[in-house]
Ligand binder design. Structure first.
Ligand SMILES: Cc1cc2nc3c(=O)[nH]c(=O)nc-3n(C[C@H](O)[C@H](O)[C@H](O)COP(=O)(O)O)c2cc1C
Length: 191
């Protein structure tokens, strides 16, 4: 019996490894992971040289959807789901969600979370952020979502890129109120 269902949205922002790791950890914790991949996530995976992207997602997800699968089960707010993480989230998808534009299965599912008062964590990755992006982030926060920048900390003394990925994914799980042990918490991380 699965612990529950979680939707993961993966967009064309840098660091798709965050999304695959989130799917791995959530499935390991016993969740049914429903993953939506944007067209630009696939192109970004190719551009960043991440050949294991598609196979990793398939391995850790109960179902993987394309962004245009608007007729899918998860497109409906009747889908019984604990919450959703968009990881990594582009500023384009953040803008769509902030504007209430449900043009694909990622923004549609995210808007379902907000209007149903379910958890939505948006792991945005872009730098710098301008007025428009910051206002979009504020709109999502006001609507009940959590904006979590993909910014690893150094107080946990990461020894590898994997440690840094785990810090960001762990913070996203914290924001979803899902227990885990992915990074050393302060002050136990102190050297
Ligand atoms: C290699 C590469 C890296 C990118 N990194 C980012 C990024 O970190 N953040 C971002 O907002 N957009 C980034 N983009 C641009 C997005 O992919 C682009 O805006 C796209 O329209 C996003 O669409 P989506 O949100 O539907 O995936 C990147 C594009 C490429 C090709």
């Amino acid at each position: 019996m699965a612990k529950g269902r979680v939707i993961i949205g993966i967009t064309g922002a840098s660091g798709l490894q965050y999304g695959v790791r989130a799917a791995e950890v959530l499935s390991g914790l016993g969740f049914d992971v429903h993953t939506v991949v944007s067209d630009w996530a696939k192109k970004t995976a190719a551009a960043e040289g991440y050949p294991a992207f598609a196979s990793g997602l398939k391995k850790y997800s109960k179902k993987v959807y394309d962004e245009d699968a608007l007729g899918a089960d998860i497109s409906s707010s009747s889908f019984d789901v604990y919450g959703m993480i968009i990881i990594p989230c582009s500023i384009k998808t953040m803008a769509e969600v902030a504007s209430g534009i449900a043009s694909n299965l990622i923004s549609r599912s995210a808007l379902n979370m907000l209007r149903s008062r379910k958890r939505l964590v948006v792991v945005v990755r872009e730098a710098p952020l301008g007025m428009i992006e910051l206002e979009n982030a504020l709109r999502i926060t006001r609507a009940g979502g959590i904006i979590l920048p993909a910014s690893p900390a150094f107080y946990s003394h990461p020894k590898s890129v994997e440690d840094m990925i785990d810090f960001v994914v762990g913070k996203a799980l914290d924001a979803m109120s899902i227990s885990h042990n992915m990074y050393p918490r302060w002050p136990s991380a102190k050297k």
